[in-house]
Design a protein around this ligand. Structure first.
Ligand SMILES: NC(=O)C1=CN([C@@H]2O[C@H](COP(=O)(O)OP(=O)(O)OC[C@H]3O[C@@H](n4cnc5c(N)ncnc54)[C@H](OP(=O)(O)O)[C@@H]3O)[C@@H](O)[C@H]2O)C=CC1
Ligand SMILES: CC[C@](O)(C(C)=O)C(=O)O
Ligand SMILES: [Mg+2]
Ligand SMILES: [Mg+2]
Length: 396
């Protein structure tokens, strides 16, 4: 088994570093007029950590740096204007509201998002407004419109983002690909990024479980000198457990790449290819589905998630281990050129332009829904629906 730091070791390292961190945060505590941070370190442990990630030292910021009273105090004069109410708007908005922050939502009046916001308890005229009005009322403008809509609405939105406000994104897309999106923030506002590394639905469920999503944070423009601090506070506010520092560029390249690759497109393609070959060789739909998707998602992938690849291998037969070890490099070699092509397509803006064109259409919702319905009707996923009905938790 690969070695990893024990919790005991981690706790010892954290205790040893606590006084140094407490000192470095005492200045911050004074500026923010909050109770001295050193006292909270007596009861909670150090939130900021330098950890060794496979030989590279990186800094990770933890929620423990921002106990709720400190977070609320820090943002007490701010109104978070959350623009857009898709998956992230829902997750981040409800978490920030539950954290006691002042949050308002801005969406198109009477659109689908308006309806969903109403369902989640946002109140028209109090916490729910048309986009322009929400931006005017907010101090921290959280642009959570779809990436295509961020570009389309920029000309109307930009003049409302006045000096002293903070512009917040959850993706580096709009500002990094400015030649295509034309999103160039005003020079007199802080521009920050908090990008949860997971679906907005998970941002919400992990928060409700008392856990937190991993997020990337970055600063594009620091006018106040406090942009990073704000990003860290907001990351906690919207439900992050751990924040990893990056740049807008690195975030958008890795994110567009990952979702097209292993996270979504790659895994879909791999599942389908394996299933098809099983079917061509006379295996039944249930057998092909169980051996491809059900076992992966219900048994083996959670083992990787919990304890790593070696753990999953060791939980499988020696027969499986031998064969998988032999075939892994073959898959790696076959996939490497595909991933190289994908990264290039991301970095040169091809993926951005395709996304802007497609998701900028008036019919983007129906067009996406139509394609997803086609997938839903593929035999593999139809077979999956029946397999899932047999799960104990399934309710007829
Ligand atoms: N989905 C996720 O889990 C993640 C998303 N992100 C990033 O977060 C941001 C938000 O993404 P997500 O939550 O998925 O939202 P979506 O991409 O699903 O966008 C939905 C929102 O955009 C609005 N919208 C779309 N077109 C327009 C338009 N022309 N004018 C005004 N509003 C429009 C919709 O309003 P209406 O209902 O009125 O059409 C809705 O509120 C993006 O930058 C994304 O990359 C980052 C991490 C994960
Ligand atoms: C993997 C898709 C994602 O990047 C995400 C949930 O993190 C997205 O854009 O939705
Ligand atoms: Mg993404
Ligand atoms: Mg992502």
């Amino acid at each position: 088994m690969a070695s990893r730091p024990s919790h005991q070791l981690l706790r010892t390292a954290i205790r040893a570093a606590a006084p140094r961190v407490a000192r470095s945060y005492s200045g911050l505590a004074r500026k923010a007029t909050i109770s001295p941070i050193s006292s909270s370190f007596k009861t909670s442990y150090r939130g900021i950590k330098t950890l060794d990630f496979a030989g590279t030292k990186e800094t990770v910021y933890e929620r423990a740096d921002w106990p709720l009273p400190k977070l609320q105090e820090y943002l007490k004069n701010d109104t978070l204007a959350l623009i857009g109410y898709g998956s992230q708007g829902h997750g981040q908005g409800l978490n920030a509201r539950d954290n006691g922050l002042k949050v308002i939502v801005g969406v198109r009046k009477d659109g689908e998002s308006w309806r969903q916001a109403l369902e989640d308890g946002w109140v028209p005229g109090e916490t729910l407004f048309p986009i322009e009005e929400a931006i005017s009322r907010g101090t921290i403008i959280m642009n959570l419109l779809s990436d295509a809509a961020q570009s389309q609405t920029w000309a109307q939105i930009k003049p409302l983002i006045t000096k002293g406000k903070t512009l917040y994104f959850s993706h580096g897309f709009s500002v990094v690909f400015k030649d295509d999106t034309h999103v160039v923030p005003p020079p007199d506002v802080d521009v920050i990024l908090v990008a949860p590394k997971g679906s907005g639905r998970t941002v919400r469920t992990l928060f409700k479980e008392g856990r937190g999503i991993n997020s990337s944070i970055a600063v594009w423009q620091d006018v106040s000198g406090k942009a990073k601090e704000k990003a860290l506070a907001l990351a906690v506010g919207v439900g992050s457990g751990y924040s990893y520092e990056t740049t807008f560029e690195k975030e958008v390249y890795s994110d567009l790449y990952g979702e097209r690759g292993v996270l979504m497109g790659g895994i879909q393609g791999m599942f389908r290819a394996q299933y098809e070959v099983l079917r061509r060789n006379g295996h039944s739909p249930s057998e092909a589905f169980n051996e491809t998707v059900e076992e992966a998602t219900q048994s083996l992938f959670p083992l990787i998630g919990a304890n790593g690849m070696d753990y999953m291998y060791n939980a499988c037969s020696t027969t499986a281990r031998r064969g998988a070890l032999d075939w892994a490099p073959i898959f790696e070699k076959a996939n490497l050129p595909v991933f190289e092509a994908l990264y290039k397509s991301v970095k040169d803006g091809t993926e951005t332009r395709k996304s802007l064109e497609f998701n900028g259409r008036k019919t983007y919702r129906e067009d996406l829904a139509r394609e997803l319905e086609e997938i839903n009707n593929q035999e593999i996923w139809r077979a999956g629906r029946t397999v899932r009905t047999l799960r104990p938790e399934h309710k007829a």
